[in-house]
Design a protein around this ligand. Structure first.
Ligand code: BCO
Length: 565
C-alpha cells in the first residue's frame, strides 16, 4: 500500500496568503500568544506553498524506510493533500468531531503522521500510545478518556475487540493494515477515495490538541493534556535557536510514536523549520541497524534517548564516523559526562543534552553552538522561566540542590501542559507556589546551566521510559507466586536505570527454582502490561522494609541499589 502512495499526485490546493506570517516570519517573539494557531495550516500548508513557489529545496517532508527495503518519500504538498483527506475520513466517514478523543496506537508507519495531522486539522484530540501496550493498558486509556475512536494495527485490533464489553464507547475503529478485519474501517482504502478538499479549523492556541499518558508514583498513568500551544512553541525564536534546523536538514528521532519526544522530534520541530523528518520503522530496535542507517541515508540530525547513543557505542563498530551527521542531542534520561566524551571521540560529533517531560515538552537544553558543560542539561528555553525551588516554591540560590520548577504565575508559558484531564487534585498537587513542580531534583550554576540530580519521588526512568512502580507491582500481584513486592530503580551501565523488583514469595512458591521463577515473573509482567516496564532485576526477600503504619519504604531499597546506604 505504501508503494501505492508512491508518486501520488496531490490535487491542486487552496493555499492562502496569510502564510506570509508563517514559520519564517521575523516578527514573532518568545512571548507571543496569538489567539489562534493551528500547526497544519500555519506550518504544513505554508511549506507546501513554498514548494509550489519553488522556494524550498527538493528534500521530502517525510522520508520513511523499513527493514524490508521499502521506502517512501512525501513532499509537503503530498502531506497537505493526504492529511486533508485524512481529516475528511475522520470527520465525514467516521463522524468524529472537534473535541472527541481518538486513541492513536500505531508503530512508526507513515499513517501515524497522517492521522496526527488529520486530527490537528479537525480539532480531534489524539492520544498517542505505544504499540507495546497490552489489553489492560488500552482499556484504561479508552475508559479514562471516553475515546470515541481508535486507530491501530491488525496485531492490536483483536485485543481492542476483546475489550468491547469493558468499553462499549468506541464509535470508530480504523485499521492500518494490508489485511481487512471485521468491524474495522480500512484506513488505507478510505484515504484514497476521500476528498482532498478540507478547511482546517481555526483552533484557539489554548484549545486542546493532544493527550499523552504519563506514569506517576502511584495509581494509573495520568492524562497529560496539551493545547495547540505545544506546536506553537516550536515556532518561537528560542526553540528555533535551540535546534537551529535548516530546510536541508534530515532529522531522525527514533523515539516510539507513543511519546512526546516523537511528537516533538518527528513532527513539530523539524516540520516547523521545513526540514525532512526521517523515519525508520525499526522493528525490533537494533543499534546495528541504526549504525547502518546513519551510513546509508543523509541524516544530519539525531535526537534520541541517551540509552540509544550508549547502545550504539556498545556495538564496537569499526567506524562511527557517519558521513552526514552534524548534530546529536540526547534527552529523556540522564547522560553522564564520560558518555558525552566517548561519543565525541568515536563519532567526532558533540552530544548535546536536552531535558523535558510529557508535561513540559522540551524545557531546557544546550542550544546548538552553545558551550557544553559536561553533565549539564543546558539552559532554560524561553518562554520557560526555570528556577530551582524549595518545597514551598521559594527560589534557591545557585549551586543549591532543590526542585526544578517552571514558573506558571502570573502566566502559564506556552508549551506547558494544560492539566491532568479529569484530575484537578493531581493538577493542583504539582503546583508549588508560582511554579510547576517537575518532581526532578537539580541545581543551577551561576551561568544558568542546569544539572540533573534525580527524581524526588519513586518514579523510575529506565532507558528514557517513565515507569510508575505501582504499575509494575500491580502486574506482579496478579501472579500467584507474589505475596507482595516493591519496585524501585536500580543503576545499569547501558539503560541508565532499570526496574528492579523485590519480591516476597507466597508459601507455595518458596521452594521453587529462583532463576526459573524470575524468568516466569518477567514474562508474566511482559504479558499483562507494556513489556518495557518488566523488572530486568529481581530479588527475592523474606520481608520488605516498612514504616510503622505498614507503608513500604521504597526509598530505602532504592538508596541501597545506588550505594547510598
Ligand atoms: O530487552 P528484552 O528483549 O528482554 O525486552 C524488550 C523487548 O524485547 C520486549 N518487547 C517489546 N515488544 C514486545 C516485547 N515483549 C513481548 N511482546 C511485545 N510486543 O520488551 C522489552 C522492551 O524494552 P525496550 O523498549 O527498552 O526495548 P529495547 O529494544 O531494548 O529498546 C532500547 C531503547 C533504548 C530503544 C528503548 O528503551 C527506548 O526506546 N528508549 C527511549 C524511550 C523514549 O523515547 N523516551 C522518551 C520519552 S518522552 C520524554 O522523556 C520527554 C522528553 C522531551
Amino acid at each position: 500500500i505504501l508503494k501505492s502512495f508512491h508518486g501520488f499526485h496531490p490535487a491542486p490546493q487552496r493555499l492562502c496568503s496569510r502564510f506570509l506570517s508563517g514559520p519564517g516570519a521575523p516578527s514573532w517573539n518568545d512571548y507571543v500568544r496569538p489567539k489562534e494557531f493551528n500547526f497544519a495550516s500555519y506550518v504544513l500548508d505554508y511549506w507546501a506553498q513554498m514548494e509550489m513557489e519553488g522556494k524550498r529545496g527538493p528534500n521530502p517532508a517525510l522520508w520513511w524506510v523499513n527493514n524490508q527495503g521499502d521506502e517512501l518519500k512525501w513532499s509537503f504538498r503530498e502531506m497537505t493533500d493526504l492529511t486533508r483527506r485524512t481529516a475528511n475520513v475522520l470527520t465525514q466517514t467516521c463522524g468524529l468531531q472537534e473535541g472527541d478523543y481518538l486513541a492513536l496506537i500505531l508503530p512508526r508507519v507513515p499513517e501515524w503522521w497522517l492521522v496526527a495531522v488529520g486530527c490537528i486539522r479537525t480539532g480531534i484530540i489524539f492520544m498517542p500510545g505505544t504499540t507495546q501496550m497490552k489489553a489492560k493498558d488500552i482499556v484504561y486509556r479508552l475508559q479514562a478518556s471516553k475515546a470515541k475512536g481508535i486507530v491501530t494495527t491488525d496485531t492490536l485490533a483483536p485485543v481492542v475487540d476483546s475489550l468491547a464489553s469493558e468499553y462499549p464507547g468506541l464509535k470508530t475503529k480504523l485499521l492500518v493494515s494490508d489485511q481487512s478485519c471485521k468491524g474495522w474501517l480500512d484506513f488505507r482504502s478510505l484515504i484514497k477515495s476521500a476528498s482532498p478538499d478540507h478547511v482546517c479549523i481555526k483552533s484557539k492556541t489554548l484549545d486542546p490538541m493532544a493527550v499523552f499518558f504519563t506514569s506517576g508514583t502511584s495509581g494509573l498513568p495520568k492524562m497529560t493534556k496539551h493545547s495547540h500551544g505545544l506546536a506553537l512553541r516550536s515556532f518561537l525564536p528560542s526553540c528555533r535557536q535551540f535546534l537551529k534546523l535548516k530546510t536541508s536538514d534530515v532529522f531522525w528521532c527514533p523515539s516510539d510514536t507513543g511519546w512526546i519526544m516523537s511528537m516533538l522530534g518527528s513532527l513539530l520541530e523539524p516540520w516547523t523549520a521545513g526540514s525532512t523528518v526521517f523515519v525508520h520503522h525499526l522493528s525490533p530496535f537494533d543499534p546495528k541497524n541504526m549504525i547502518q542507517t546513519f551510513f546509508k541515508y543523509p541524516i544530519t540530525y539525531c535526537l534520541a534517548a541517551p540509552s540509544v547513543f550508549r547502545m550504539i557505542l556498545q556495538q564496537n563498530s569499526t567506524s562511527l564516523r557517519f558521513p552526514t551527521l552534524e548534530h546529536c542531542c540526547a534527552g529523556g534520561e540522564a547522560l553522564l559526562p564520560e558518555e558525552q566524551e566517548q561519543w565525541r571521540k568515536q563519532t567526532g560529533i558533540l552530544l548535546y543534552q536536552a531535558y523535558g517531560q510529557s508535561e513540559t515538552g522540551v524545557t531546557c537544553g544546550i542550544f546548538r553552538g552553545m558551550k557544553i558543560k559536561p553533565g549539564s542539561m543546558g539552559k532554560a528555553i524561553p518562554p520557560f522561566d526555570i528556577q530551582i525551588i524549595d518545597d514551598k516554591g521559594n527560589i534557591l540560590p545557585p549551586d543549591t540542590e532543590g526542585i526544578l520548577g517552571i514558573r506558571i504565575k502570573p502566566v502559564k508559558p506556552l508549551g506547558l501542559f494544560m492539566c491532568y484531564e479529569n484530575d484537578p487534585v493531581k493538577t493542583e498537587e504539582v503546583e508549588c507556589g508560582d511554579f510547576y513542580n517537575t518532581g526532578d531534583r537539580a541545581t543551577v550554576d551561576t551561568d544558568g546551566y542546569f544539572f540533573f540530580l534525580g527524581r524526588a519521588d519513586d518514579i523510575i526512568n529506565a532507558s528514557g521510559y517513565r515507569i510508575g512502580p505501582s504499575e509494575v507491582e500491580n502486574a506482579l500481584a496478579e501472579h500467584p507466586a507474589v505475596a507482595e513486592s516493591a519496585v524501585v530503580s536500580s543503576p545499569d551501565p547501558i539503560r541508565g536505570e532499570v526496574v528492579k523488583a523485590f519480591i516476597v514469595l507466597t508459601p507455595k512458591f518458596l521452594s521453587h527454582d529462583r532463576d526459573q521463577l524470575t524468568k516466569e515473573l518477567q514474562q508474566h509482567v511482559k504479558s499483562v502490561t507494556a513489556p518495557y516496564k518488566y523488572p530486568r532485576k529481581v530479588e527475592f526477600v523474606p520481608v520488605l522494609p516498612k514504616t510503622i503504619t505498614g507503608k513500604i519504604k521504597r526509598s530505602e531499597l532504592r538508596k541501597k541499589e545506588f550505594g547510598q546506604m
